[in-house]
Every structure is written in C-alpha cells, then in structure tokens.
Design a protein around this ligand. Structure first.
Ligand code: SF4
Length: 376
C-alpha cells in the first residue's frame, strides 16, 4: 500500500505563524496544475505498483483551486489510482472557501474527507494570526460540510497564543466539541524562523505564552477530548469512532508515499526525495521533462531514529521485536537500556514488548525520545 501527497502552494494571504511553502500569486496556478499532472505521469512508477490507499491534498490552501483545476488533477490521477481501492481522499480547506458552490463542486470527485484549518473560534485570535475567516464562518463551514454528507471531517486548532488564557482555550474546546467533528488536530503555536510572528517576537511586539500555561492547555485538551470519547492516538491528533487520519498515520507507520508538487517530499522506505521549494524551479524542470528533486538515502541510524520518533508519538507505540528484526539486537538492546530510567520514572511503559509514552511522559516526550536515539 502507498500514499500520494499533492502540495497546492497557493494562499489568498499569509498567516503570521506559517512557514509552509506557499505563494499569494495565483497567476501560477494553471501552469502549476499542468506540472503536477505531468509529474504524476513521470513518477508514478516510483510506487512500484503498490496500490494507492490514501491521497492527501495539502498546502498552502487546496480550496483555492478552481473546480476545473481540481477536475484536471483527478482526471490525471485516475490514470494509476483505483478510486475504489483508495480508502481516504483528504482535501484541506480554509473555512471561508467552504461555500455551497465549493461543496457542490466536490460531489463528483473522490474526496471523502475534509480537513479544515479553523485554528481558533475566537475572532481576536483569528485576527491576530491573520486568518481570513471569522469564528462564525468556521462554524457555518463545518455545519455546511455535515449537511452535505461530509461527516469525515477534521479541524485544526492552535493553542499557546500570546495572551491566550486557559478560559479562552476552554471556550475553543467547548465549541469544537459542540460541533461534533470526528477528528481534531491541535498544535502548540511554534515560532518558526523567517515568519512574521518570529520577527514580532524579536522586536518585542509579542510575548510568548508561558510554558506552564501551554502545558496546562495541552492537559486540558487531552482531558476534555478524552471525556468526550476521543482517542488520543498521536501527540497532536484525536479521533472518535476510529476516524484516524489514515494518510498521516501511514507516515507514522513508515508506509511509502509519493509527494507531488513544489516543496513536496517522497519516501520509498529507503530514500527521501525533496522537490524544490520554488514555483519557477519546479515548473521549469517539469516542463523540460525533468524531475528536479534532491535525494537523501537514509542511513540505518537515521531510519532507527525515525522509527523511535514516529512510533512513540502514536498510541500504537514502539514494537521492540520489530525493532530487533529491522535494526538488529544491538540497537534493540540499546533502546531498552536507554528506556529503563524513563520506565522507572513512569514516563514510558513497557507492555507485551511494546514501549509507549505515558501521560506523564507526554510533556517531556521530546527529551524521552532523544534519549533513545542512536548517536555515533
Ligand atoms: S497557515 Fe495555511 S492558509 Fe495560512 S499561510 Fe500557511 S498554508 Fe496558507
């Protein structure tokens, strides 16, 4: 089984915290869609005949594409993807793009899951983050999706905003739960170098949320969502009724995927490929029949470290017998020895050969995982 990711690097405006590759210049869109279709034809053999089980349109803002552009992409992808075997087709959308016309235009496509960048239900937060939509627009967008039968719906939220209070975060969670979406992703606000938010902090215009308050918000998130029946299946992801994000879950489980478009990454189990984060470079290469990716062959050490990182982020944990089979006795022993102090301190639990981060270990999970890394 394999996954396909398609990057749509266009946004109507830039949010202050975002470091994803995207452009506000929509004049590239037509040439870009042509290039992605051509890249699929040129590269689909890299999947080595594996059936495509998940397809994900991320961005940027995929919902900025015109219906005809979406149609062109799906027609190209149909050469190689059997829609009946493709279990999950996710399309990211900004709430203000989710109009009745947008939903209607999805009806004849294989899209069966929508992921919406809500980020907050507070208009003050949304305006601070330079999001285009209002809280009301987000609520209406979710309701519109449900009414149209798109019940496999995910929303993204951000916490730890400057000036955000625990009460403000609780109000966000109450609203998210009231909507009844089956999947919620929630991330602590990160200050990425090169973003407007980063320079605002450098200039003393914003003050980072206190770490203790951020942890309290994370705690609140886990408790409230657990009480509402959501499974905390990955550090930042919660699902009800088994509605996991299959595509992202396959990343965490090491399934091969092909990434199409500017700045997209691919992984075949041995090698990572990185498309250029430049519209002109990406389109220029494809137009001349070349694929312009950079390649990095994974060493055994980096594959081992990746396994630690991705497995321990999930509720399925790290299977030590698989680790032993894939990386040898020495590394499995090393992992177990490094884990011991954390097991004694209650940050890791070992059950039936599966190592998992405990609730107590979640708050320091980066430190726990880095202690298990193999460093020469
Ligand atoms: S957060 Fe999303 S909508 Fe905002 S600039 Fe980044 S990719 Fe675009």
């Amino acid at each position: 089984m394999a996954g396909v990711y398609i990057h749509i690097p266009f946004c109507a405006s830039r949010c202050i915290y975002c470091d994803f590759f995207s452009s506000t210049d929509s004049s590239w869109r037509g040439r870009y869609v042509d290039a992605v279709c051509r890249e699929w034809t040129m590269r689909r053999h890299e999947l080595e005949g594996e059936p495509v089980e998940t397809l994900y349109f991320g961005g940027g803002t995929p919902s900025t594409l015109m219906p005809a552009e979406r149609e062109q992409l799906f027609q190209a992808l149909a050469e190689g993807i059997d829609w009946k075997a493709c279990r999950e087709v996710t399309y990211e959308a900004n709430p203000d793009d989710v109009t009745p016309e947008f939903i209607a235009s999805l009806k004849d496509t294989p899209v069966n899951r929508l992921s919406m960048g809500v980020q907050s239900f507070s208009d003050a937060d949304l305006s601070f983050l330079h999001r285009r939509h209002t809280s009301r627009a987000a609520v209406e967008a979710v309701e519109r999706c449900f009414a149209a039968g798109y019940d496999n719906l995910s929303i993204d939220l951000i916490y730890g905003l400057p000036g955000q209070t625990i009460e403000g975060w609780r109000a966000n969670l109450r609203q998210a739960l009231a909507l009844g979406v089956p999947h919620i992703s929630a991330y602590n606000l990160i200050y990425e170098e090169g973003t407007a938010l980063w320079s605002m902090r450098e200039r003393g215009l914003v003050k980072e949320c206190d770490e203790e308050l951020s942890l309290q918000m994370f705690d609140e998130l886990i408790d409230r969502l657990a009480a509402a029946g959501y499974e905390h299946y990955e550090t930042s992801n919660f699902a009800r009724d088994g509605r996991y994000a299959r595509h992202n879950t396959s990343y965490w489980k090491g399934t091969p995927y092909l990434g199409l478009g500017a700045a997209a990454h691919s992984y075949d189990g041995r090698t990572r490929r990185f498309n250029p984060a430049s519209l002109s470079e990406y389109i220029g290469a494809i137009q001349t029949g070349r694929v312009a990716y950079a390649e990095e062959r994974e060493s055994a050490d980096s594959l081992y470290n990746e396994r630690i990182l991705t497995s321990l982020r999930t509720c399925w944990g790290l299977d030590l017998s698989r680790l032993r089979a894939d990386f040898g006795e020495a590394r499995a022993q090393y992992c177990l020895e490094q884990a011991q102090p954390h097991i004694r301190a209650g940050r890791l639990a070992l059950d039936d050969g599966i190592l998992r981060i405990t609730r107590a270990g979640l708050f320091t999970s980066d430190d726990v995982m880095s202690d298990l890394f193999w460093v020469d």
